[in-house]
Design a protein around this ligand. Structure first.
Ligand code: NAD
Length: 380
């Protein structure tokens, strides 16, 4: 089959779904690879690097869609891209089917099969295709780098001839994939790191990374877990305790990184205006939940704002794209693993096995039907 990656069309998107490295792996599965001219340039892969990896460089988007059996992309398709799909063609990209019903119907009507990378079930066997975790890991790392770039002091404490420098104090709220990556990055830079999550099971992970878990004085300990390991909305009493804890932290911490999310809900507001006001001038807040409304009262999506008392609040929503080379390498590998499972005989033939939990879970349109939402996975 011919696997082709067009140039991403979303504004500011620098990632690409095929790298020279992933193309070579796809060729070992018996596939041919195509790329639209210039598609990898913002991620650091020029056309020659693809040619050197035996990838055919195609001059236009239309020619790529015409020639490819499987189109691989990062962002969900635009209307123009969906218009270009044809019957029997497969599209693999992030898709967010619950928020894109009209697009789902459009792809179904075109007769295309769509595999949504955001719908890959979060079971152990599918971790190698878990693009959400790949991108969350990068976002967590980059959040700390961005904070450092806006913070006027060292992360690590130092004793210098000119005097003693205290370490920066970092608070990470929400310890999922992004939060744990932020904790790991901040501790490795030498900061004193504290973290909080409503799921008590993460405390050990946090402590093993050298950070302090903030326990609340609350009868039901931290428990905000729901089945499947995801967070549930907190009770009003629990929330009050949590806010009380954050209020006590606000004057002491230098950097706050918030990542708290509850699947299918707006981001909970956890870092309120009065907490920002209580922080020291020059402190930095990076809100990784900005796209879902933000955890901080002052966050504005895609903006950097400075509060009246000189606290920088960063609400960028494109952290993975700001590290486009790394993101593309990991995302293209996730896609390649998906295609490995779709090519069981390694003979260049796609076998779209809807009895496979992972393939079934991620497939949102197939054979003229909408196949979203999927049934719950059988395997953990
Ligand atoms: P996420 O991005 O959905 O949420 C981020 C974190 O915010 C979560 O840890 C959540 O507990 C926390 N949170 C929610 N409300 C909060 C509040 N009020 N205060 C503080 N923290 C709050 O998380 P994620 O990275 O997608 O991970 C969610 C779950 O999925 C975790 O249990 C994780 O281990 C699991 N997971 C499993 C796999 C797998 O392949 N097995 C892969 C990735 C994630």
């Amino acid at each position: 089959m011919k696997i082709g990656a067009p140039k991403e069309t979303s504004r500011g998107e620098a990632r690409v779904a095929l790298t020279p490295e992933s193309a070579q792996q796809l060729q070992k599965l018996g596939h041919e690879c195509l790329i639209e001219a210039g598609a990898g340039s913002l991620a650091g892969f020029d056309d020659q690097a693809y040619r050197d990896a035996n990838v055919t460089v195609v001059e236009s988007t239309q020619a790529l869609f015409d020639d490819a059996d499987v189109v691989i992309k990062v962002r969900e398709p635009s209307s123009e891209e969906a218009e270009r799909l044809r019957e029997g063609q497969t599209l693999i990209s992030f898709f967010w089917p619950a928020q894109n019903e009209a697009m789902l119907e459009k792809c179904r009507a075109k007769g295309a099969t769509v595999i949504a990378m955001d719908m890959v079930p979060r079971i152990s066997r599918a971790q190698k295709m878990d693009a959400l975790s790949s991108m969350a890991n990068i976002a967590g790392y980059r959040a700390v780098i961005e904070a450092g770039n806006n913070f006027g002091r060292f992360f690590t404490g130092q004793v210098t001839a000119a005097g003693k420098v205290p370490p920066a104090k970092v608070l990470v709220i929400g310890a999922g994939v992004a939060g744990l990556a932020a904790i790991g990055t901040a501790t490795s830079l030498g900061a004193v790191v504290r973290a909080f999550d409503v799921r008590p099971e993460v405390s050990e992970q946090i402590e093993s990374m050298g950070a302090e878990f903030l326990f609340l004085d609350f009868d039901n300990a931290q428990d905000g877990s729901e089945s499947g390991g995801y967070a549930a909305p907190s009770s009003p009493e629990f929330r009050e305790k949590q806010l009380e804890c954050f209020r006590a932290q606000a004057p002491d911490v230098d950097i706050v990184i918030t990542t708290a999310l509850i699947p299918g809900k707006p981001a909970p507001k956890l870092w309120l205006e009065d907490m920002v006001a209580a922080m020291k001038p020059g402190s930095v807040i990076v809100d990784l939940a900005a796209e879902k409304g933000g955890n901080c009262d002052l966050t504005r999506p895609d903006e950097r704002v400075v509060s009246d008392n000189g606290v920088v609040v960063i609400g960028y929503t494109d952290f993975p794209s700001r590290m486009a080379t790394q993101s593309s390498l990991l995302y293209a590998t996730n896609i390649r693993h998906m295609l490995t499972d779709l090519t069981p005989e390694k003979d260049g033939v796609i076998d779209h096995n809807m009895d496979d939990d992972v393939i079934r879970g991620a497939t949102v349109t197939h054979a003229g039907d909408i196949t979203f939402p999927p049934p719950p996975p059988k395997v953990k």
